[in-house]
Write a protein that binds this ligand. Structure first.
Ligand SMILES: *Cc1c(COP(=O)(O)O)cnc(C)c1O
Length: 433
């Protein structure tokens, strides 16, 4: 596989960028080798600077759900560009996107737009504290909620693969109000309820996607909802990854559980920086200028980003790709499992809607601990073989693969062939060891 130009850029980039990247997972540290530098993308495909073509199952870690440069989205962005880039004053576009988002999430009367998922979540936590007057929050080990101090504890993929214990530079004081519970384990939550009386909120990914894809059991989520209601503790659903991914709206509706505060990002910007948090009126009225919880942003509700988000959601509404996502993900799951069986490789595959994740392990994966039983060496081999065979995957065992609605039959066939070749190589390498 030719990666000469990527190698040159990777070396050149080291001088003025940190590790030549602007987000650590892009450095390919957990799979080794040179990270690919991208030249352009279109539809279901992405092209690197050496002219290699890949079917894109990264999709910028979720946002590009329609595939790249959908013509309607591009048209809207171009139209918005001609009117100016940012004004520091409101536009009709913000009202439009807000209505689309609130219509899609039954629990949301009002929404506030910000510029990233991290910002959405840290604001939602502040809001929960403002509303309840309590300080403590419970998060689940393996769930990632952005890189704000209080949430950078036991935080999944990026940190999991590198086995970093949280992060340097986060003072103990910043995490002393963060309690950790285990996913799919309600006792680990009630233990905290029994020992602390100043809990503001429980935050959860309704489908975990940052320790690999993990579904909560129906019982677990329902108990979590019932118990938080009973105790007057807010339930925050971080749908930054799952929002508009598995249905038009949130995973919480599919799972039959409604959050008090919902966080969004990724898909709602259609490739531009947009995050959002929203809740019923009573809660959102705490936020400035209506209330005393301060939160602001120079580029929040940016008109180009809003145009991209509106056009993306409109197209999703029109395409209704969710059934087809489920079918395609099931197909890829079957391909993975049957080739693993054929070559004698231990593999479990989790999927939800258009998110899918093979784990190189013989254990069922239901929480962070079981996800950690995966053989990351086998993933490494698999990853590079998939790349060689033209499929761009997230460079970590613990990142979800995403499907776009631009994937066609030919792409699916190519994915199938790539899986077969790659699994054979994994088996070969496992035998040598
Ligand atoms: C990606 C992600 C975030 C952080 O969003 P950024 O836009 O990267 O800041 C937060 N929560 C979840 C569940 C995510 O998947």
């Amino acid at each position: 596989m030719k990666l000469d130009n990527s190698t040159t850029l990777f070396n050149k980039g080291q001088k003025n960028l940190v590790g030549a990247v602007n987000s650590p997972v892009r450095a390919f540290k957990s799979v080794g080798g040179v990270p690919v530098f991208i030249d352009h993308a279109k539809g279901s495909k992405i092209f690197d600077v050496d002219g290699n073509e890949y079917i894109d199952l990264v999709l910028s870690y979720g946002p590009m759900i329609l595939g790249h440069r959908h013509k309607n989205v591009e048209r809207s962005i171009k139209k918005a560009l001609k009117k100016g880039y940012t004004f520091g004053a409101s536009t009709n576009k913000e009202i439009k996107l807000a209505k689309m988002v609130c219509d899609a999430f039954p629990g949301m009367d009002k929404v506030r737009f910000v510029s990233s998922g991290t910002e959405a979540v840290l604001s939602a936590i502040r809001l929960a504290r403002a509303y309840t007057g309590h300080n403590k929050i419970i998060k689940f080990s393996g769930c990632y909620h952005g890189h704000s101090d209080a949430l950078l504890v036991a935080a999944g993929s990026g940190l999991a693969t590198l086995s970093l214990p949280g992060s340097k530079g986060v003072p103990d004081d910043a995490v002393k109000n963060t309690l950790i519970a285990e996913y799919n384990n309600i006792e680990s939550v009630t233990q905290h309820f029994d020992t602390h009386d100043d809990i503001a909120a429980v935050i959860i990914e309704p489908i975990a996607g940052n320790m690999g894809v993990i579904e909560p059991s129906q019982e677990f989520l329902q108990q979590l909802r019932a118990l938080t209601l009973e105790k007057g503790i807010l339930l925050i659903m971080d749908e930054v990854m799952t929002g508009f991914r598995s249905k038009f709206g949130g995973a919480q509706e599919l799972l039959g559980v409604e959050a008090d505060i919902t966080c969004l990002g990724k898909v709602i910007g259609g490739g531009f920086p947009v995050g959002a948090y929203g809740a019923r009126n009573e809660i959102m009225e705490m936020v400035a200028p209506l209330g005393d919880m301060y939160q602001a942003g120079t580029l929040s509700g940016n008109p180009i980003a809003m145009a991209s988000g509106i056009a993306t959601l409109k197209q999703l509404k029109k395409q209704k790709p969710y059934k087809s996502f489920h079918k395609k993900a099931t197909k890829i799951k079957d391909m993975l499992l049957s080739s693993a069986e054929k070559y004698g490789v231990d593999l479990k595959v989790n999927h939800f809607g258009s998110m899918i994740n093979p784990f190189f392990t013989s254990q069922e994966v239901t929480d962070f601990k079981s996800a950690q039983s995966s053989n990351t060496e086998s993933f490494k081999v698999f990853f590079w073989q998939m790349m060689e065979h033209g499929v761009f995957l997230p460079p970590s065992q613990f990142e979800a693969w995403f499907l776009s609605s631009a994937l066609d039959k030919k792409d699916m066939k190519k994915i199938e062939n790539a899986i077969d070749f790659s699994m054979a190589k994994v088996a070969e390498k496992q035998k040598i060891k």
